[in-house]
Design a protein around this ligand. Structure first.
Ligand code: SAH
Length: 376
């Protein structure tokens, strides 16, 4: 059985190849062999999804037991697993210190995206976001971010890493937290995920979403070269100051300037602007026209996201007519502007909802209805 309990033995999940080799050298393997052993461990952990050292049959038995005495291969513990009628998976994962995070897998017919959390909670307090109402915040370490991918692959049985036809084909860093306030751990985890001999999800299939931590955006382009998504949500600074308070630090002009300079930005790799549709707040035709004016010249697409309400939320979702009108204006200006279909509504798949429900002692009205879909 895979161990999920807290232990003193270091977890090998989330280490780089060099760090793996150093750990192996530390338990007495000669330096030359440590590299080869690191290569083998990498293969077992990230290509085959091994949960125990015992199953690593290409490694000698004595070394396997020594590894087992010294290390673990731990994923976050699944506290709850919900499966929506539309196929969306949502996990509430419990970390070694008892904190909880969420990840969501949204399958399409022949592909699918896993939405990763980067922090426990979030410091940004965006007004439409449920995660922003949760008090406790800490960064996830690389093992906790990579562990979310391993866990999803475990559930859908996509081991060893398939070369095509995967359901977990894409990664979006769009879950709880602000990834650019936890850059080092997110970068490390994504670098592991992109490695061709392991999880092997290419940078072209990874998108990182930020509320706009302007000074970090250039590094994302240079060092990771993944797709960039910007949670824009408003076209005027006075309004954006209110709904995305980070705007007071990095206003719209500076954010868009960073997007114009984004190294990975090109027609082949457009920047995604996320725009949440809030009734009578940011959804007028004038807002749509201003959006088009603001992003002129940036290779971009616009994702219109219907607001997903939560108890006590200060907003409502725009009407279908308002959303369609908005989309048409953006579309006529030459930008793809799909209205994202809500997925997993029956399992509270929007950011932070499941964890908040869990905090409320798992007995809210909404959750009663979920029990039909509850798997674990
Ligand atoms: N901090 C990062 C990533 C997490 S939020 C960022 O801001 O981009 C990712 C996306 O979740 C945001 O763009 C927002 O559109 C969406 N989101 C959060 N709460 C939502 C809600 N209640 N309804 C719809 N979308 C929501």
């Amino acid at each position: 059985m895979a161990s999920t309990s807290t232990t003193d033995r270091p977890n090998l999940v989330g280490l780089t190849r060099d760090e793996l080799a150093a750990e192996i050298a530390r338990i007495g393997e000669p330096a030359k062999q440590a590299r080869m052993r690191a290569h083998q461990l990498w293969h077992w952990i990230y290509y085959r999804g091994a949960k125990t050292f015992a199953e690593m049959t290409s490694i000698s038995k004595p070394l396997r037991s020594r590894l087992d005495e010294n290390f673990t291969i731990i994923r976050p513990e699944v506290a709850r697993h919900l499966l929506s009628v539309d196929g969306t998976h949502k996990w509430l994962l419990k970390l070694a210190d008892g904190q909880e995070i969420e990840s969501v897998l949204i399958p399409e017919l022949d592909r699918g995206a896993l939405c990763l959390s980067s922090q426990v909670g979030c410091t940004l307090t965006c007004r439409f976001c449920y995660t922003g109402t949760q008090r406790l915040v800490r960064n996830l370490d690389a093992s906790e971010i990579v562990g979310q991918i391993l866990n999803a692959r475990d559930t859908i049985g996509e081991w060893p890493s398939l070369s095509s036809g995967r359901i977990l084909s894409n990664i979006v860093v769009m879950g709880m937290g602000e990834p650019l306030y936890n850059y080092d751990n997110v970068a490390k985890a994504l670098t592991i995920a992109m490695d061709n001999e392991g999880i092997a999800i290419s940078r072209r299939r990874i998108t990182l979403s930020t509320a706009g931590v302007v000074p970090m955006i250039e590094r994302v382009g240079h060092e990771l070269a993944v797709g960039l998504a910007i949670s824009l949500h408003a076209v005027r600074n006075d309004l954006r100051d209110t709904i995305v308070p980070l705007n007071k630090k990095y206003p719209i002009e500076e954010l868009l300037e960073a997007c114009r300079r984004y190294p990975a930005g090109s027609n082949a790799r457009r920047i995604t602007f996320e725009y949440i549709m809030l009734k009578d707040v940011n959804d007028s035709p004038a807002d749509a026209r201003e959006l088009v004016r603001l992003i002129a010249g940036i290779p971009a697409k616009v994702n219109l996201i219907p607001f997903n309400p939560w108890p006590g939320a200060p907003y409502e979702c725009s009407t279908p007519e308002a959303m369609a009108r908005f989309a048409e204006i953006v579309n006529n200006a030459g930008y793809s502007s799909p209205i994202r279909t809500p997925r997993g509504r029956d399992i509270m798949a929007a950011c932070g909802q499941l964890k908040s429900a869990s905090i409320k002692e798992r007995r809210t009205l909404g959750e009663q209805a979920l029990d039909d879909h509850r798997l674990a």
